[in-house]
Design a protein around this ligand. Structure first.
Ligand code: 26A
Length: 356
């Protein structure tokens, strides 16, 4: 089999999902916001056993970057995508690995010895919102030594596109810097997802360390707003935030930086640091930032929105790695994001549909 062209790095999590009809009471009980992604505090810890015992739950493979990896694999030929992260030696890991196997993602897991468990995310749905409450467990025990094991080192050398879930910045900045610096100095493409408002808010130092090595930054409107607040830009408008992020320092100056901001069903925004000067397939037009309308999706087609942003990002990445133009990559991203909204949790439609 050929070596994967895309490598993603993140926190592998099993999602334990509560549907919208039962979600409200758990939001209230655990003091969760309807649409947020947080690390569980002490007061949230009972939620996992509670929902398993008392709600109708669905178990789905999650972990934001792992979802994106599966979306990229959906678009690319078999054997194109690998995923790195840390798991426990347990049944949750088996479940995640099986889904990756079935969907064409090579799992390059670092496995922590028992009794450390694989991470989990309580996903509480209400209407079209989703509240994510995560206990990282094994995921935050990832060590940079895993990157130099022969199997993983080979993956990193062979890949051309690197996708980093911003969530790993809570514990793994050393590994992220190792991956992104090497990729950037080799002229490879680094994609970073802002992941959640709390990343720019509380992990700004780590974010600023990684940002120079990032070619493509993806986030949503609330993550961009959180960045603006943290960076002293107050309530700046989204186009200005996107342009500022695009033009911040870059280690590989030969390629412009793109900043992609999604806004759910509202238009996606793409800012480029140098729109007219792109040698790659990612030329932008004179409109900078450019807005891309999102095709409308009727409410009755939406089951939940868990993972939609990840599927957008992974779809974009898969299309990028297959040499598509920027406009096509955004289109594929929108398509996979919407496809995910029609499934329970971060899933796509199988058998595979043609999306490129
Ligand atoms: C560190 N945190 C909070 C997290 C996550 C996370 N993935 C990595 N780290 N919190 C939630 N997720 C995942 O995000 C997906 C939806 O975008 C969930 O597992 C869910 O599948």
């Amino acid at each position: 089999m050929s070596s994967p062209i895309v490598v993603a790095f993140g926190n592998p999590l099993l999602d334990i999902q509560v549907a919208a009809d039962e979600g409200q009471k758990y939001l209230e009980k655990y003091d969760l916001k309807a649409n947020d992604a947080i690390l569980a505090e002490e007061k949230h810890m009972p939620i996992y056993d509670d929902i398993v015992a008392n709600a109708k739950v669905t178990y789905v493979a999650g972990g934001a970057a792992q979802n994106a990896a599966r979306a990229a694999a959906y678009v690319l030929p078999q054997g194109s995508v690998a995923y790195i992260g840390s798991v426990g030696d347990d049944d949750l890991k088996e479940t995640l690995q099986k889904v990756n196997d079935a969907e064409g993602v090579q799992s390059a897991y670092q496995v922590q010895p028992s009794p450390t468990k694989t991470g989990a995310c309580a996903v509480i749905c209400t209407n079209h919102d989703r509240s994510l409450c995560t206990t990282l467990r094994a995921a935050e025990m990832f060590t940079p030594s895993h990157l130099s094991t022969p199997e993983v080192a080979k993956l990193l050398t062979g890949a051309k596109y690197f996708y980093i879930g911003g969530f790993v910045l809570t514990h793994g900045v050393e590994s992220v810097l190792e991956i992104t610096k090497a990729a950037s100095s080799a002229g490879k493409t680094v994609v970073l997802n802002l992941s959640a408002p709390f990343i720019p808010q509380f992990f700004k130092v780590q974010l600023e360390q990684v940002l120079p090595h990032v070619d493509i930054l993806i986030g949503n409107e609330s993550e961009a707003a959180a960045y603006a607040q943290a960076a002293g830009m107050g309530d700046s408008a989204l186009p200005q935030i996107a342009s500022t992020l695009a033009s911040s320092t870059k280690s590989n100056a030969s390629r412009p930086r793109l900043v992609i901001i999604t806004q759910g069903s509202q238009s996606t925004l793409v800012a480029s640091s140098s729109p007219s000067n792109s040698s790659s397939n990612l030329k932008t037009s004179d409109e900078n930032p450019k807005t891309y309308p999102v095709p409308s999706l009727s409410s009755d087609k939406i089951i939940d929105t868990n993972g939609a942003g990840d599927m957008f990002a992974g779809g974009f990445l898969g299309a990028l790695a297959s040499g598509k133009s920027l406009d096509e990559c955004i289109e594929v991203g929108h398509r996979l994001g919407q496809m995910c909204c029609g499934q329970i949790g971060p899933k796509l439609a199988w058998p595979k549909q043609s999306v490129v």
